[in-house]
Write a protein that binds this ligand. Structure first.
Ligand code: HEM
Length: 157
């Protein structure tokens, strides 16, 4: 049977790979461009823009999932107990806080890079803010090997 929860969970899980791949590619281009004193091309600008957009889509998927997740429902209804349980606290508080912070960093980096007066400053701004975003995301994904909360690399639908 079709379920909103499984649908959002599937896409939220899958979309993380696009978030990670786009960020890594944008950071690589920014580092190369900055180090090589390259011209910030239209393509670089597209990479900047789409990387931020992909992160925003993941934010929307995360918010949708938040409204459907039984873990979040349990967390909200039983806060006093649930806040002391690892898994519920992770999804109820830590995951959302760290991920929203990461996406704010990516948004700031993208907007600031756009307004910088020269190409080197654009690459540098992107490099710094996107790297902070990536590091935050890497620490808050529930990887299968995580001792805190483990989820599969790919969700079945
Ligand atoms: C770049 C940002 C994000 C990444 C890479 C990410 C990644 C993930 C991954 C890999 C899972 C595990 C999925 C599974 O069980 O197979 C997950 C679960 C979850 N995420 Fe995110 N997430 C991000 C942002 C957010 C945001 C901003 C929110 C909330 C507004 C959110 C809410 C949730 C919830 C509620 C779950 C667990 C739902 C459940 O198991 O019932 N995520 N996330």
């Amino acid at each position: 049977m079709f379920s909103n929860l499984l649908f959002y969970l599937f896409f939220h899980s899958l979309f993380r790979w696009l978030v990670l791949a786009s960020l890594i590619y944008a950071i690589y281009r920014a580092a190369k461009g900055y180090a090589g004193k390259a011209i910030f091309t239209k393509f670089d600008d597209k990479v900047r823009h789409y990387t931020a957009t992909i992160a925003h889509i993941q934010l929307v998927l995360g918010i949708l999932l938040y409204t459907q997740s039984p873990i979040i429902k349990y967390f909200m209804r039983n806060y006093a107990v649930a806040v002391h349980e690892r898994e519920t606290r992770f999804f109820g508080m830590e995951h959302i806080t760290v991920m929203v912070t990461a996406i704010v960093c990516i948004t700031i980096g993208s907007a600031a890079a756009k307004r910088k007066p020269n190409d080197r400053a654009k690459f540098k701004t992107m490099l710094i803010w996107f790297s902070i975003g990536l590091l935050l995301i890497l620490t808050s994904v529930p990887w299968p090997f995580s001792p805190v909360v483990a989820r599969p690399y790919f969700r079945q639908f």
